[in-house]
Design a protein around this ligand. Sequence first.
Ligand SMILES: NC(=O)c1ccc[n+]([C@@H]2O[C@H](COP(=O)([O-])OP(=O)(O)OC[C@H]3O[C@@H](n4cnc5c(N)ncnc54)[C@H](O)[C@@H]3O)[C@@H](O)[C@H]2O)c1
Length: 239
Amino acid sequence: HKLADYGDQRLRTNARVSGWTDVGPAGRGQPQAGRKEAPVGSGLIGQSWAMLFASGGFKVKLYDIEPQQVTNALEKIRKEMKFLEQSGSLKGSLSAEEQGSLISGCLTIQAAAEGAMHIQECVPENLELKKKIFAQLDQIIDDKVVLSSSTSCLLPSSLFAGLVHTKQCIVAHPVNPPYHVPLVELVPHPETAPATVDRTYALMRKIGQSPVRVMKEIDGFALNRLQYAVISEAWRLVE
Ligand SMILES: NC(=O)c1ccc[n+]([C@@H]2O[C@H](COP(=O)([O-])OP(=O)(O)OC[C@H]3O[C@@H](n4cnc5c(N)ncnc54)[C@H](O)[C@@H]3O)[C@@H](O)[C@H]2O)c1
């Protein structure tokens, strides 16, 4: 709670300084007029981000290199939302049907990026593949979009090396399953603009996640390092 409060205080200060007011004032779960978020890669993590963004009332454009994967993802998401609604665990204040109608699929990365305010890369953990995706997005986007990676451990300085829009790039590392575990660590590139961190922080809060700011990139980020220390200790206890 202390960390979250600290984050909110910084956010208010930075928002005042930069005049930034990008995530609208509507309550959580209300439709966010004109805002669109785009997960790139519709596997496990891409689907979870899509559901979380929709729970916050955001329009979502889901993209995958495999068109069938998008179709399957949309079907799975709608079924999952219905199930969560019936069991009383659906996030946000919109119904499963309303949230489902906010999510659609597309066949090209250009269509995903068009009009998006936040693009969340969710392709497999492969540096060259992710770099290729960010290089493509770098050529398409303007200077208002946040480019975010779901990477579990690739460093921002490797992922975003040589991009024109590095200031708009960040890692937002979720915890599996992201829909049920709210922690997200935000890891900046050394050149990431404070406004990019603030916008991502605010978006995460808006969709009900608990973002933590990691002040600089570090091998394994913070979560993996803490998690692996606990796992190693658990093994030692078993031994
Ligand atoms: N699964 C986890 O527990 C977990 C937790 C935190 C972070 N992550 C990270 O999230 C990212 C995604 O993981 P995942 O588990 O969802 O993987 P996944 O294999 O379930 O999904 C990846 C999707 O990306 C698609 N894809 C491949 N190449 C593509 C391209 N060029 N353009 C668009 N789409 C493409 C694939 O078709 C697939 O649908 C990874 O970086 C992973 O490290 C995963």
